[in-house]
Design a protein around this ligand. Structure first.
Ligand SMILES: O=P(O)(O)OC[C@@H](O)[C@@H](O)c1c[nH]c2ccccc12
Length: 360
């Protein structure tokens, strides 16, 4: 069934990595983007389109072309299954695709790379988490500078990112996460830069929906020490290449999963050192902190320990009992936003969350 949604001209999605068959991908990457020599594996039984999107459920861009209908001088845009996002994650990613295409036009990779020369030095994100964990015996805290989210709306009206970041640092956070998505989370790269330039010592995670390697360079040029790679939106090959690029840039990659399938995919990627389990399903917003426990049971937990991978429990953590629960499940770090950002004194929010002062 088609229905009318707007009169605006339709946007043509810009092709990015996932739409390029792996064979071409190599040449493309080698010639125009990076000088990394990596070879994509091709299974002769799988066609290239399947490989390029392997592993993910969401559609990275609208599968149908512009559904236009002309009536005289009027151009109508028709809504159908192929151009309507099926869930919020698809919507965010489709939007991000347009956003990145525009940003790239304004600031091509060459310019971003040039800007890297003046970027502040990278700091050791994983080292900070390990040190905090050893010092306190509790999971190292990644405290999130978060103004709003699509599931919770505005979390804090009087939002001063630098003040919040400084308060988190004072309260004993090991690292900070700064949301940079503007449309859905009311964040910005300006916030990231402001916090970095204010002299906050905690390493910074750029919390963004990364779908294109250009964004990794951009995040680093703005002072990020780490980036988030979401397995639900990135095919295996993208994760593999992006992890390699992060290494080259000195960035730590926090690779996020939320079910067994994504976890297994990520465990199949070489060089991953930090994995987050998101207790919130980004497609449905459902929150369940037993996700962290469930995913770390049995064989997967064993692999994690053998490889010395640091696990991060993400989302929906509000009380000392929640922290104890995910720690028991095997995490050495936690990522927390809502419960601490909402407190008038975020440092106090941290002590409430852990049931004690972790700054000393
Ligand atoms: O505010 P919470 O429930 O404490 O959650 C923080 C963080 O885990 C959450 O913001 C998050 C985790 N993964 C994401 C990916 C995109 C956007 C946001 C997120």
């Amino acid at each position: 069934m088609e229905s009318l949604i707007s009169l605006k001209p339709h946007f043509y999605a810009f092709p990015s990595f996932s739409s390029i068959p792996p064979t071409r991908l190599n040449t493309y990457r080698k010639n125009s983007l990076f000088t990394v020599s990596v070879r994509a594996q091709m299974d002769p039984n799988e066609d290239s389109a399947t490989i390029a999107t392997s592993g993910i459920r969401i559609r990275r861009r609208p599968p149908t072309g512009p559904p236009n209908h002309y009536v005289g001088p009027f151009q109508f845009r028709l809504q159908n299954e192929g151009n309507t996002p099926r869930n919020i994650l698809e919507e965010i990613v489709w939007n991000k695709d347009k956003e990145v295409a525009q940003l790239k036009e304004r600031k091509p990779l060459g310019l971003v790379r040039k800007a890297l020369e003046n970027a502040p030095p990278v700091r050791d994100f994983i080292g900070a988490l390990r040190a905090a964990n050893e010092r306190t015996g509790l999971p190292g805290l990644i405290a999130e500078v978060k103004k709003a989210s699509p599931s919770r709306g505005i979390l804090r009206e009087d939002f001063d990112p630098v003040e919040i970041a400084q308060s988190y640092e004072k309260g004993g956070a090991a690292c900070l996460s700064v949301l940079t998505d503007e449309k859905y989370f009311k964040g910005s790269f300006e916030n990231l830069e402001l916090i970095r330039n204010a002299g906050v010592k905690c390493p910074l995670l750029c919390k963004e929906f990364i779908i294109d390697a250009w964004q990794l360079y951009y995040a680093r040029s703005k002072g990020a020490d780490a980036v988030l790679l979401i397995a639900a939106v990135l095919p295996d090959l993208d994760i593999k290449y992006m992890v390699k690029i992060c290494k080259i840039l000195g960035l730590t990659a926090l690779v996020e999963v939320h079910d067994e399938r994504e976890f297994d995919r990520v465990l199949g990627v070489e060089g991953v050192e930090l994995i987050g389990i998101n207790n919130r399903n980004l497609e449905t917003f459902e929150l369940d902190i037993s996700t962290t426990k469930k995913l770390l049971e049995g064989e997967r937990g064993k692999i994690i320990r053998e490889r010395n991978i640091i696990m991060v429990g993400e989302s929906g953590l509000f009380t000392p009992e929640d922290i104890a629960y995910v720690q028991e499940a095997g995490v050495k770090a936690v990522l927390v936003g809502e419960s601490i950002v909402k407190q008038s004194d975020p440092a106090k929010g941290i002590s409430n969350l852990f049931g004690k002062d972790i700054s000393v």
